[in-house]
Write a protein that binds this ligand. Structure first.
Ligand code: CA
Ligand code: CA
Length: 509
């Protein structure tokens, strides 16, 4: 049963660049504080279990219902957040070599913490920085722009960052063991609260980047949360153990390994651990808001709560993980509160992690470099914007030469650190030959080209759970229009990306 798809092809404006002007809309006060709380691998299914976060951030500010991670994996997402760039421009498209490559390319020299530091901000990062930090930089290395620093050292033998990890704390290595007080979310919380209290004593504004490891696997809860939510079951969507995978590309079917159903009990067990592990994060958020309030800072602080990428758990029969182009992986929570943002605002415009750095720059009133691909979300926060962005690029994997791209030869050469291994690289399409992809996430559909030439197309209004790939029913004219626009987006940079996102005129009729 293949539905005929009709796509409106309206004149595509592919020439772009130089027409975008950055709006420096000051929200309210000069030099407000900025706090980012970044979770690791948190999908939207976990948000209902963070009552305090919803009440203290979402209900007090703006909730973004269409916030996306164009490259849904830890290191690509985090580097895009720090630089305001798509992954093809950071050139961090996988977790490996990750930090080593970001460092080697010198991208840290011109990134959000540096901009804020130069604007007079005290800047702190506590928790997870980038995969493979500090490979090739030295164990005592603190990246530029940060005045306060406590980050996990990559530790491939131990594998996770809940207990038994080493932190670089302002250049000194500190070992944390497995006592209850070593639980990393609580360590990060204590550092964050102390930083706020110290900063409240002087006039300098601050930027606090709270980067917790939860709910990343193995999703270890704090000791006090080991036995909560014991009866919780995973809220299965209609795509859980999708019955008919015949429409799915081979690279996706290969991810389900045996083709057997994903075990429902396993999904419940993993989901319970994930929910338990974010309870300490929910407490951290509440303590952070209260500490800001007690120190007279809350009314002059913007708080961003967000995740680096989503997570799938049996959808399309794919075992738990991330790195696919599906909604569970690319769509994550974003909530922002702060002065001038109306409580309870719902933002439906398409937004992405590439927008975070330019948004913060806009709030603070500093100009971003021309290389920034994202846009300020300040107009969304204040309810003053039309739906300008019609589409986002999604992209994954260094090597991409789709057979559809006859006219293009894309090179991602120079990967000399490929011998590095990363234990966090779980269940991503890079493990599957031909699984690297480029795609367009439009407002009402998604179009994906895989390296091996397979394509997917889902009508997200009629089929939000992506059960029926309609690529086979697309006309040649539509395919060419989609392919041409994708080819432009996947090599865009700066204002050209924003123009392409706005001039995207394909929609399902
Ligand atoms: Ca992640
Ligand atoms: Ca199907």
């Amino acid at each position: 049963m293949r539905k005929k798809i009709i796509i409106a092809v309206i004149a595509l404006a592919l020439t772009a660049g130089g027409i975008f002007t950055v709006t420096h809309t000051r929200l309210l006060k000069a030099s407000p504080n900025i706090v980012i709380i970044l979770t690791d691998d948190m999908d939207n299914a976990l948000l209902p279990y963070m009552e305090q976060t919803n009440r203290l951030i979402g209900a007090q500010g703006a909730t973004f219902s269409n916030y996306f991670i164009p490259t849904p994996l830890c290191c690509p997402s985090r580097t895009s957040t720090l630089r305001g760039q798509y992954s093809h421009n950071t050139d961090i498209l996988e977790n490996t070599p990750g930090f080593a490559r970001f460092f080697k390319l010198g991208e840290e020299e011109n990134a959000l913490p540096v901009w804020l530091s130069e604007a007079g901000y005290k800047t702190a990062l506590f928790g997870k920085y980038l995969n493979n930090y500090p490979v090739n930089a030295g164990r005592n290395y603190v990246p530029p722009g940060w005045t306060d620093w406590a980050a996990f050292l990559s530790n491939k033998d131990e594998g996770d960052f809940y207990y038994n990890y080493i932190m670089n704390e302002d250049g000194a290595l500190v070992e944390h063991g497995q006592a209850p007080e070593d639980y990393s979310t609580d360590v990060i919380r204590a550092r964050s609260l102390a930083f706020i209290e110290q900063r409240a004593e002087d006039d300098a504004p601050f930027f606090l980047f709270v980067s917790v490891y939860a709910p990343h696997g193995p999703s270890t809860p704090a000791p006090r949360h080991l036995n909560v939510y014991n009866d919780l079951t995973y809220p299965q969507s209609p795509s859980f153990n999708e019955a008919d995978l015949s429409d799915k590309p081979q690279v996706i079917r290969a991810l389900s390994e045996t083709g057997d159903e994903f075990d429902e009990g396993d999904a419940n067990t993993i989901f319970r651990s994930r929910v338990r592990s974010v309870q300490a994060v929910d407490e951290l958020v509440a303590d952070l808001v209260h500490t800001l309030e007690q120190n007279g800072q809350l009314n002059n602080t913007y708080i961003f709560f967000m995740s680096d990428n989503g997570f799938h758990l049996g959808e399309h029969k794919i075992p738990s993980g991330k790195g696919t182009p599906y909604e569970e992986d690319i769509r994550v929570p974003l909530m922002v509160r702060g002065p001038g943002i109306e409580a309870g605002r719902q933002v439906t415009q398409m937004s992405a992690n590439i927008d975070i750095a330019p948004t913060i720059a806009d709030i603070v009133g500093i100009r971003t470099p021309d290389f920034v691909d994202g846009r300020s979300l300040v107009p969304c926060l204040t309810g003053k914007t039309p739906d300008e962005r019609k589409a986002l690029l999604i992209e994954f994997g260094y090597k991409f030469e789709s057979s559809l791209l006859d006219a293009q030869t894309i090179s991602f050469g120079g990967l000399t650190e490929s011998s590095l291994k990363d234990p966090e690289t779980d269940n991503i399409l890079a493990d599957v030959e031909g699984g690297n992809f480029r795609g367009i996430r439009a407002q009402d559909f998604v179009y994906v080209e895989y390296q091996n030439g397979e394509i997917e197309f889902y009508d997200l209004q009629a089929d939000p759970y992506q059960l029926e790939n309609l690529a086979g029913g697309l006309s040649q004219e539509t395919l060419e229009a989609l392919h041409t626009h994708l080819a432009a987006l996947m090599t865009c940079s700066g204002g050209e990306c924003r123009a392409l996102e706005e001039n995207f005129n394909l929609s399902i009729k």
